[in-house]
Design a protein around this ligand. Structure first.
Ligand SMILES: C[S@@+](CC[C@H](N)C(=O)[O-])C[C@H]1O[C@@H](n2cnc3c(N)ncnc32)[C@H](O)[C@@H]1O
Length: 200
């Protein structure tokens, strides 16, 4: 991308350094790994730590934007000594850009993502056509995408995006992969879940 101003050029330069550092971190931590369970916006890592402990055979990777949350998630991982669990402080889109190309997703999980309720902010939601395309590209047929939210409009937005996507099919019979109350789930009175399968 060509910079349109000096401050834009500085931002692009910072982004390039950030992505190159993240790429190196991913390559080192995930050396030899081909398949993962991926959690976007993992927060304090409650759900993923519990999943990784129950499934030592599955390599689990969580990303979140907020450093403090990733530090707390890493503390959980280190206390339990879970070698199959990795957390990265990263923006979702940047993470997907630098993740080694060979890595495929068995399961992708999105729990209580920020709902961004105002229409002009909907483009900030993590569930977007490009995100579903990229997760589908990294997922083999039969792989799953699991979404849970307390926000009904965001849940409906996700259903609508999945319904029109050529590579995802909602599976109303599918079991939820692992029940463990996340920090945000604990704050909510009710929530809505959907599981979709990669088709094709
Ligand atoms: C409401 S919290 C839910 C956290 C956790 N999933 C739970 O259920 O407790 C949403 C999380 O998504 C993270 N997040 C939002 N946008 C993100 C993005 N573009 N890339 C990575 N993380 C993001 C936030 O930092 C926050 O920790």
């Amino acid at each position: 991308m060509e910079p349109i101003s000096d401050s834009h050029a500085r931002e692009l330069a910072k982004q390039a350094v950030r992505k190159s550092t993240l790429r190196a971190e991913c390559e080192a931590a995930l050396e030899g790994v081909d398949r993962i369970l991926f959690e976007a916006g993992c927060g304090h890592g409650h759900w993923l730590t519990s999943y990784a402990e129950a499934h030592p055979e599955q390599v689990c990777v969580g990303v979140d934007l907020i450093s403090l949350r990733i530090r707390k998630a890493l503390d959980k991982r280190n206390k339990r000594d879970l070698e199959n669990l990795h957390f990265f402080k990263a923006e979702l889109g940047e993470f997907l850009e630098v993740l080694p190309e060979r890595i495929r997703f068995d399961l992708t999980v999105l729990l209580f993502p920020d709902p961004w309720p105002k229409a002009r902010h909907h483009r900030r939601r993590m569930v977007q056509p490009d995100f579903l395309d990229e997760v589908a590209r990294r997922t083999e047929p039969g792989g799953r995408f699991c979404f849970r939210s307390d926000d009904r409009p965001y849940y409906e937005w996700t259903l609508e995006h999945l319904e029109v996507h050529p590579l995802w099919e909602i599976d109303p019979e599918a079991d939820w992969p692992h029940e463990m109350e996340t920090y945000f789930q604990g704050l909510m009175d009710e929530y809505f879940s959907v599981v979709a399968r990669r088709i094709g």
